[in-house]
Design a protein around this ligand. Structure first.
Ligand code: HEM
Length: 345
């Protein structure tokens, strides 16, 4: 805990000294970030929420997740992305898991999301021991934390008590960034969800693992080749560009690692790649060149452990976006994560 306080302190100094120039004047200066263990959850989430109600919950999730990742290690990264998409669309409410015509899950933007079957399987097991007690949202949140740990990333305590939504609309899936936004747009998106500049840079570091489909980077690879400029913008290292164009030549269904140098290690190398113009997504590469985000990127390159500590804090903040908690009448504890309860009965 001592070192995470230190990291937050360092990052807040970076921000107070470097994040207030020019265009970024419209963004607030951050003097401190909440620390997970002491965060006052005004939405009534708590660390001991299931202690009496379902004491074996974390053990069930952990055991099941380990089995799935042993069979297919790529699922761990996919769960991290699934959780992000859930929280970013309409808040962390498992709306991404609802599987009906017109739901977020059926959107074009959700086409490459994976890991649904893992959450379904965990839910079945949890229902056996603790029927109608644990939300799909809490399961997805805890499974994401465990997936991060299995990838070699940090552990953090998950506060619980989220309910599941009864609504999911296809158009809400488009509110999740696709990788073609400007940094200004990303900042606005993050801020509108209660996240800040540090969260943007640090959570983008989730791209230290996982893959992108070739389809998602077509514009990046061929931008400008038949247009006004002949080079990708933001820039891509020549050799890397050549490799990517060959790899993605035939099928847009192929995949490329998001972290070109240490794709299976959860580390801060992702940020060092940006220094070498090896950011696969435009939005990642721009974190290095934008004057608002580059001081934070440089600090993370210089002190790799900062990333690990701050990632936990930012993940807790991500999982706290617009949650439906005990007092909300609109939420429910779904018995099947794919459908609202009224559909099941
Ligand atoms: C900052 C804005 C973000 C943008 C623009 C973005 C964009 C993308 C894109 C385009 C892909 C590839 C999708 C595809 O293959 O079709 C991707 C993958 C991924 N994203 Fe993000 N992302 C962002 C933030 C995040 C956050 C906050 C997290 C988690 C905390 C995250 C975790 C991941 C992971 C783990 C993958 C790989 C998934 C897999 O291997 O299945 N991303 N992201």
């Amino acid at each position: 805990m001592k070192s995470s306080v230190l990291s937050l302190f360092l990052l807040s100094i970076i921000c107070t000294t470097s994040c207030g120039h020019g265009e970024e004047d419209s963004f607030p200066t951050f003097s401190a970030l909440p620390i997970p263990e002491t965060l006052p959850f005004d939405n009534l989430l708590s660390f001991d929420y299931y202690n009496q109600r379902c004491p074996q919950l974390e053990q069930i999730i952990h055991t099941k997740l380990k089995q799935w990742v042993a069979k297919d290690h790529t699922l761990a990264a996919s769960l991290l992305r699934l959780h992000f998409h859930d929280c970013f669309a309409t808040g962390c409410d498992a709306s991404i898991l609802l599987n009906h015509e017109g739901s977020e899950r059926r959107a074009e933007a959700s086409k490459t999301l994976r890991g649904f079957q893992v959450i379904d399987d965990i839910k079945v097991e949890v229902e056996k021991s603790c029927p109608a007690i644990v939300s799909c949202t809490d399961i997805l949140t805890a499974a994401t934390r465990d997936a991060t740990v299995l990838l070699g990333g940090p552990y953090w305590r998950v506060p619980y008590g989220r309910k599941d939504s009864r609504i999911s609309n296809v158009k809400d899936a488009e509110m999740v960034p696709s990788g073609r936004e400007s940094i200004t747009t990303l900042l606005e998106l993050f801020q509108s969800r209660g996240l800040n500049l540090i969260d943007l840079v640090v959570l983008s570091g989730a791209h230290t693992i996982g893959r992108t489909s070739c389809g998602a980077i077509q514009r990046r690879l061929y931008q400008g080749l038949n247009g006004t400029s002949s080079m990708p913008n933001p820039p891509l290292d020549d050799h890397y560009l050549d490799f990517l164009q060959r790899k993605c030549r035939c099928a847009s269904g192929d995949y490329v690692d998001l972290d070109a140098t240490t794709p299976t290690t959860f580390d801060s190398q992702f940020y060092a790649n940006l220094q070498k113009n090896m950011g696969l997504l435009s939005t990642d590469q721009m974190l290095y060149s934008d004057p608002r985000t580059s001081p934070i990127v440089n600090s993370l390159i210089g002190a790799p452990s900062l990333f690990i500590h701050q990632f936990s804090a930012s993940m807790v903040r991500l999982a706290n976006i617009q949650v439906l908690s005990g007092l909300d009448e609109v939420g429910e504890i779904r018995t099947n994560c794919n459908f609202v309860n009224s559909y099941n009965t």
